[in-house]
Design a protein around this ligand. Structure first.
Ligand SMILES: C/C(=C\CNc1ncnc2c1ncn2[C@@H]1O[C@H](COP(=O)(O)O)[C@@H](O)[C@H]1O)CO
Length: 257
């Protein structure tokens, strides 16, 4: 995690934090992992009803903490992006431009590109939100989050990314970023959400993936050519924010089901 520099236009935000958070140290034992484990005895299955209560409380807590945030955009990207990387600079600029456009910035609250977007939003005086996740190794909320909500379960957290945002900006990333991107694409493809702009930043990074979808999936009839229009590819933070804000105007409408 980068040390804040003296060039900030705003000091580090005062963190308001929700959720149960514990440092896991080097252990690999998390609530998510325990839930997904195959039960080894019937005793184990008897604990699942209690987990449902905990899962329920995580949704209630998320809804409660985020209900009044106003318009916001979720920004995804690699947890491993270094502060000296050009991707980090783009993330800061995306966060800053979104804040200047008057919308909150929601990230996973972690390091790398998440930190960059939170930092840009925070430095510009905007609402900087982090949805943290319990992981088996130390990570924690980055220092640029002003409103933090901690989650044990990925699926509860992912609901919040969509429910409280009017669009996604996706910076280069790995499996976690792809997971978030494809979930959003499927929600649009299946009309669970509409009017939901998804903007991918860096054509050189994302282009080959889109080419593969077009050349393999579309050719084999596994997705339709129109599904590629669910996302837009750009090269700059300026274009990303312009596009995502233009799409923001329409109300998000839930599909049937
Ligand atoms: C691997 C490292 C830290 C992990 N910490 C994370 N904290 C919060 N959110 C995370 C973390 N890792 C992944 N995510 C989520 O997935 C996306 C990034 O995943 P990727 O595989 O790095 O692309 C991101 O948008 C988060 O929501 C650093 O040592």
């Amino acid at each position: 995690m980068s040390a804040p520099t003296g060039s900030s236009r705003n000091p580090l935000p005062q963190l308001r934090r929700f959720g149960i958070w514990r440092k896991n140290g080097s252990g690999r034992d998390t609530a998510d992992a325990r839930l997904l484990e195959t039960p080894r005895s019937s005793d184990f299955t008897h604990t699942d009803p209690w987990r449902v209560m905990r899962i329920q409380s995580e949704f209630v807590q998320g809804f409660d903490a985020l209900a009044d945030i106003g318009p916001a955009i979720s920004v995804f990207g690699s947890a491993r992006t270094k502060p000296e990387s050009p991707y980090y600079a783009v993330g800061v600029e995306v966060g800053r431009r979104l804040a200047e456009a008057g919308v909150g910035v929601i990230t996973g609250g972690g390091p790398g590109s998440m930190e960059a977007a939170n930092r840009g939003a925070s430095e510009a005086g905007g609402l900087s939100i982090g949805l943290g996740i319990e992981l088996p190794f130390e990570s924690g909320m980055n220092a640029w989050v002003g409103l933090g909500v901690d989650f044990r379960y990925f699926f509860a957290r992912k609901t919040m990314f969509v429910k409280y945002a009017q669009g996604f900006v996706v910076l280069p990333g790995g499996l976690g970023t792809l997971d978030e991107l494809f979930e959003a694409m499927v929600l649009v493809q299946t009309s669970k959400v509409s009017q939901f702009p998804i903007v991918l930043v860096d054509k050189a990074f994302w282009g080959p993936l889109m080419d593969w979808i077009r050349d393999v999936m579309v050719v084999q009839g596994l997705v339709s050519a129109q599904d590629l229009d669910i996302v837009a590819l750009v090269d700059t933070a300026e274009e990303a924010v312009e596009l995502v804000m233009a799409g923001k105007a329409g109300a998000k409408v839930a599909g049937r089901g």
